[in-house]
Design a protein around this ligand. Sequence first.
Ligand code: DGJ
Length: 391
Amino acid sequence: MNENSHLLPFSKNACDVYHRQRRYYSYLPSCRITITILCICFFLVLTNKHFQGIQSTTTIPIISSSSTLDYNNENKYIHSGSVFLDTQNKPINAHGGGFLFYNNTYYWYGEIKVGETYLPISNEEWGGTRVDLTGISCYSSTDLLHWRYNGNVLPAVTNDTEHDLYIDKVAERPKVVYNEQTNKFVMWLHIDSMDYKRARSGVAISDRPEGPFTYRHSFRPNNQMARDLTIFVDDDTRAYLFYSSEDNAAIHVSELSDDYLSTKGNYSRIFVGRYMEAPTVFKKDGAYYFIGSGCTAWKPNAARSAVSYKSIFGPWKELGNPARGLDANTTFHSQSTYVLPVVGDSSSERFIFIADIWNEMNLSDSRYVWLLISFEEERPTIHWHDEWSPS
Ligand code: DGJ
């Protein structure tokens, strides 16, 4: 969404005319590429046949995507920007992800982006391309390198056009937390209509971290608009929902009920007028840190960071862009989604900045950035590393 998104016309009949509204954004360019490749192959086949009698060793070159080869299960390193493969050598499909550490295992939940990318007419002005909703994936790992696919744990609904999870809807940025009192795993996610005007938070629940999750409902916390979100669970087990509200102009911090299934009613407005999305929150040495982004739809921008020493409700002090070096102005072409605290062998806590490299023309080819956060005095900073080891 962009800063002027509230000025966009609201298409009430988005669902009814859903199929007529689809504008294939990636179809024409990919069509042209396919035709070009077919022509080249056809030419090479002809040339090969022509020369077979003369030069029997002529071969047709194989067109391959080397980027899919630079991260594999033998690898001990994380390579941001490459295709991350799961333990079945399939690309990890978990965008806008959230992480849970439970029983010595990391769980990674994310949006499944598959199928054609298209631009609904209602989103033309701000470039809100999309793929049809498929569901939320879950992967698990004990070393942050080898990820086992546990399936689509919150599948889209195909037979009820009014359902929050119907294929023409939006379900983004899933975050899962474990509630010790109820022994349940609770997923929060951004639920929306195709044109992003409903702006709600959704809740799903499971007895197991591997899912499946049962969808409960969506609502506007404190009757306020809610889009990009994250959940932070504090040391005292109190949990807080951070969400982009007021048409993205402000972030709201809202305490969750003891069972984590709803909001309690107390909340604060932070970063008012700053138009932030993609919130992430973590705690270090008693201080709360925030890393988020500006609002430029799928296009990357300079990340924002902030600290609050007294309370999670604020006052929050902005600390500027935490990214450093080449491509810092686009956060290495990515947008934040989670900061994962990791306790290493040395017992020293490390924080991994996890972000999405969105491919707005072909969302299914969106990639990930995983980089360590370091601290320059009070400031979280993020430097690019081609590869690094999480162990
Ligand atoms: C930016 C948000 O951060 C994403 O989660 C997604 O909603 C896109 N906008 C849609 O354009």
